[in-house]
Design a protein. Structure first.
Length: 377
């Protein structure tokens, strides 16, 4: 199957690029002894899990369906975490997870009897320090509900849990900044960590970013683990799938109102939601910063401000031309929705040998079924 035969919009996962990231993950594990569990909240496209599984140790989740997905399709260790469990949630996942991490001491106390003897018990802690570019994604933001602050801890809780989780990074490309966070954790919580079996340091550590000093990170993790005598975990999401996937779209119209807008057969509101939420413009592979032809790349949704970016090109864009919206895997496919009844992008994987495999496609029946299964009689 050739790319030009595929109907847009679609996602194309590049296996070779995915393996490049995974090899860096392998290197980090070898240096540090850390275990890596894939953060399904970022990327859950289980059709490529067979590529990822040989490199990672399992999955971590933020809700009961992700726990079940990780257990069924990935295997290895299955970590369960939620900001707020219901009793039904706990009962659903207690038998299929290896570690269950509670967000608060009250939830831990309320539900621990449902988990004891089945899974290792953990608690999320909030160190009050973090690395995040935007307040919306900052776990240590003011009045944060995420984890227990050190001054709210009942020290006796550490006599009856096995581990803790800190999640304090978002796209942290600075190894020295991460090491500073490690030191802060050790200072604040060291006396408690020494009692535990494992510590998860969460996700958001961008160790696959070009130029990242993996050895320095690995040695810091190894030293921390040895100091506190714990098994360390990281929960990479974006680090595993960054720069692996394009959202491929077609220009369906070009309109002009002072600026020219190329309207494509996709929408940030439906297909690349974080572009809209975080106001972070997308990157177009065909663009050229020095190009003489400037366009707004606009979506085909009805939301007035729904656009992917502004970009320049060496040649005028043409109706029917395809564009590749780069780096469209993390927090993208997991957030797809049917806004405006737009066609949902298909999902493909280009294998190392060049073969293109279809992982998923959607039609009108999927759209209809997402809204109602039955009508009022």
């Amino acid at each position: 199957m050739q790319h030009n035969e595929l109907k847009t919009p679609y996602f194309m996962i590049d296996e070779a690029k995915l393996i490049e990231n995974l090899e860096k993950a392998k290197q980090l594990k070898q240096i540090s002894g850390v275990k890596l569990v894939l953060a399904l909240k970022c990327f859950s496209t289980w059709g490529v899990f067979n590529i990822i599984k040989p490199y990672l140790d399992g999955t971590t989740s933020s809700g009961p369906f992700e726990v079940k997905l990780g257990y069924e399709t990935f295997g290895g260790e299955t970590h369960a975490y939620s900001v707020g469990y219901s009793e039904d949630d706990v009962k659903q996942v207690a038998d299929i997870c290896d570690k269950m991490i509670f967000n608060s001491q009250s939830q831990l106390a309320h539900y621990r009897h449902l988990v004891e003897g089945k899974a290792s018990l953990g608690l999320r802690l909030n160190p009050g320090v973090s690395y995040a570019g935007q307040d919306l994604a900052n776990p240590a933001r003011a009045y944060s509900r995420l984890g227990v602050q050190v001054d709210h801890l009942n020290s006796e809780v550490f006599d009856s849990i096995d581990g803790v989780m800190f999640h304090m990074n978002c796209e942290n490309k600075d190894v020295d900044a991460f090491i500073a966070l490690l030191e802060s954790i050790s200072t604040q919580f060291g006396q408690y960590l020494d009692k535990l079996d494992w510590v998860s340091l969460g996700g958001g550590v961008f160790f696959t970013w070009p130029g990242y000093d993996i050895e320095k990170l690995g040695l810091a993790l190894k030293a921390f683990a040895e100091k506190h005598r714990v098994q360390l975990y990281l929960e990479p999401g974006e680090a595993i799938i960054t720069q692996t996937t394009d959202l491929v779209v077609t220009v369906v119209d070009i309109v002009e109102n002072i600026k020219k807008t190329a309207i494509v057969d996709s929408a940030t509101e439906a297909h690349r939601l974080d572009t809209l939420i975080y106001n972070e413009p997308a990157s177009i592979s065909e663009a050229n910063d020095d190009g003489a032809y400037h366009y707004v790349i606009g979506s085909c949704s009805c939301l007035a401000g729904d656009q992917f970016c502004e970009a320049s090109f060496s040649e005028p864009l043409q109706i029917g031309q395809q564009l590749h919206i780069a780096d469209s895997a993390g927090y993208t496919m997991v957030k797809l929705n049917w806004f405006n009844g737009l066609r949902m992008p298909s999902v493909y994987c280009q294998r190392v040998g060049g073969e293109v495999q279809l992982l998923n496609q959607f039609d009108y029946d999927d759209f209809k079924r997402s809204l109602s299964r039955w009508s009022v009689s």
